[in-house]
Every structure is written in C-alpha cells, then in structure tokens.
Design a protein around this ligand. Structure first.
Ligand SMILES: [Zn+2]
Length: 360
C-alpha cells in the first residue's frame, strides 16, 4: 500500500498578495509538519513531481478565449478576475502545473504506480468555470484530471467535493454529463451562493449533480450522516470506475472565512470512509486534489496529516486538535443537527426519482 503525494516546489511560489488567505504558508506549514512526523520518509509514501498540464488537456474544460486571456494577463501581471482573484505575473504557468498535478495523481493511480494519491496543489481550482476563473481559482484542476481520465476510456467517474464552498465551477463543467457524478457538501449561506439541492443537473446529466447544503456549525457527526444517508448509497448505485475528491480543508472549525465545524480527525475519518468505499466499488481507484483551507496554523498541518494517514491506512487516532476545541465546538454546533436532518430530507426528496437507493 503506497500513497502518492504529488507536489512541486513551485506550488509554494504562487501569491496573490501577502495578506490574501490563499497563501504559500498553507502548504509550507503542512510540509514542515509532515517532515516532523516522519511521513515524508515513510515507505508508505511516494513523493511524485508533476509536469504542467498540456493546453490540449486544459481546453477540454476551458474555452480558448479564457485561456488566451489568462495567458496574456499573466504575462503582463497586475490584472484581476474578481474581487478575490488577482492575476499575478506568471500565474498561468503555475495554474498549468496545478492542473498537471491533478492529472499526475490520476495517472499514478490509473497505472498502479501507487494505490491512491493526493495532489497537494496551489492555486486551487473548483470555482473555475469553462469561460472564467473565480474565487482564488484559475484552472479547474479536478475537472481537467477527470476529463483526462474520460479520454483514457473510463466511463463513470464520481467527484466528491468536501470544500466548505460549493464547487460551482466543477458543477458547471459536468452539469449535462451522465458519465460524471458530482456530489458536493458545502456551507449555505456562503460564497459563491449556489449549491442548492434543486440544482441537480440537466439534459443527460439530470440527477448526476447532488448538492448537500450544510448550515453553519455542521461538523463531524453531520458529515458522517450525509455520507451514510446520501453519498455512500448513491456512490454504490452509480458504481464509478474512479473516485476523485475535491478536498477543501476550509470546513475545519478554525477556518477564518467559513462557519463549519469539522475537526482534523473528522476529515481523516471522511477520507478513511471514502477510501473504503473506493475499495468496495472501484478497486480503491481514488485520487484527491487539494482545494481551499485557510486556517494555516491551527488546522492545515494536522488535517493534511490526518488525510494522508487515512489514505495510507495509518492510525488516525493520534491526530491532534487545537487546545480548547471542545468548548468552541459546543457553541458552534448548537442546534445544528435538526437543520442538517431537514436538508438531507430535502436532497432525498429531490433525488428519489433518480436513485433507487433513496426510494425506501
Ligand atoms: Zn473553499
């Protein structure tokens, strides 16, 4: 059992501004922690260096107009896409390397080089739409990797998006596609303002987009509920040949820009269960792509450690939480359970017509 970590030192170089939440310390601190815990020297881990995605692969997801625009603005430097997303000089090449990292993770699993893989990339991707980047994202890394797998002949692929924000870009790429099942858990209300249960795909893709909104305060138990009640049964029924995870770590309770309440151990447990599902359904073919997560010191190092431990089947009981977390969680999670149960019922009501497993 070997888990691949796809990483390139260029992932530490991308910076929009020193005070932007999506900053290089997100990965730098994580790597310090992994080194300290001896993870990087373990026989169970293989560090894999990616190469940039080809333009051909990017154009499977993004329009030529947008790709040309981003290249031009990136060469010049100083442009903007939206309020949260600048175009620093050279971001085009770094975004290609991030997309290439997601493809490399998928390839390493496909070819059996590793059992599963985690692409620890920056900049993130899941808000990037075919025609424009958004919300810290330039190219949609996970979508580009999934399109790459489809071109390799895979017929059914599932994307699970656990970022605190709705993966609106990924949803849009595959909205009319019945070969790609997109399931997202995310906080509502929150940026980007989409991801309601009634957004469920259209045309051939109707029923293959599943949105599970989480109220502020939802944490480990509520996510496990969503996994047991909706994600696991639908995954088993869809029977994908490959599972991709868009892993945002911003649902952690210390995240400064969201209001959810997952713990590091909760994330590890979600990953453990996802791995088990992938083993049951698709020979363990699973790759993970990093999205958001902005609690740079209190959450990211431990959460990434937990996720990697779960993927490599190491003991996840030792994963630490910040001091005093019980009382913080108590107040955050107050009265949230009922709201989550009602959201889950809404999702089931809508998707009962598409999925037999939700009928009873
Ligand atoms: Zn996010």
């Amino acid at each position: 059992m070997v888990t691949g970590i796809v990483f390139h030192k260029e992932y530490l170089m991308h910076e929009q501004s020193p005070i932007h939440p999506e900053r290089r310390e997100r990965l730098a601190y994580t790597f310090d922690q992994l080194r300290e815990e001896g993870i990087l020297d373990s026989d169970l881990i293989k560090i894999i260096e990616p190469s940039p995605a080809s333009l051909e692969d990017v154009l499977e997801v993004h329009t030529r107009e947008y790709v040309n625009f981003l290249k031009r603005e990136s060469d010049r430097g100083g442009g903007i896409i939206d309020m949260d997303t600048n175009i620093p000089k050279g971001v085009f090449e770094r975004a290609l390397l991030a997309a290439g990292g997601a493809i490399r993770a998928a390839k390493a699993v496909m070819e059996g080089e590793v059992e599963n893989a985690y692409a620890m990339v920056r900049p993130p991707g899941h808000h990037a739409k075919p025609y424009i980047g958004a919300g810290f994202c330039y190219f949609n890394n996970v979508a580009i990797a999934v399109k790459w797998l489809l071109k390799k002949g895979f017929k059914r692929i599932a994307i699970l998006d656990f970022d605190a924000h709705h993966g609106d870009g990924t949803q849009e790429v595959f909205y009319e596609d019945d070969k790609v099942l997109f399931i997202s858990t995310h906080q509502i209300p929150l940026y980007p303002g989409t991801g309601y249960p009634w957004e469920c795909g259209s045309g051939k893709g109707e029923g293959f987009t599943i949105n599970i909104p989480m109220p502020p305060g939802a944490g480990d138990e509520e996510y496990f509920l969503a996994m047991n009640e909706i994600i696991a049964p639908i995954l088993k029924e869809f029977a994908p040949e490959f599972i991709a995870v868009s892993l945002g770590l911003d649902a952690h309770f210390t995240d400064p820009i969201t209001g959810l309440a997952l713990t590091a151990k909760g994330y590890a447990e979600i990953m453990k269960r996802t791995l088990e599902l992938s083993e049951e359904i698709c020979n363990g073919r699973l790759f993970v792509v990093l999205e958001g997560g902005y609690s740079v010191e209190a959450a990211l190092p431990y959460t990434n450690l937990g996720v990697i431990a779960a993927l490599a089947k190491l003991d996840i009981r030792f994963i630490r939480e910040p001091e005093g977390y019980e009382s913080e969680l108590f107040w955050k999670k107050k009265d949230v359970r009922q709201k989550v149960l009602s959201n889950i019922e809404d999702v089931k009501k809508i998707h009962r017509r598409y999925w037999n497993c939700l009928k009873s």
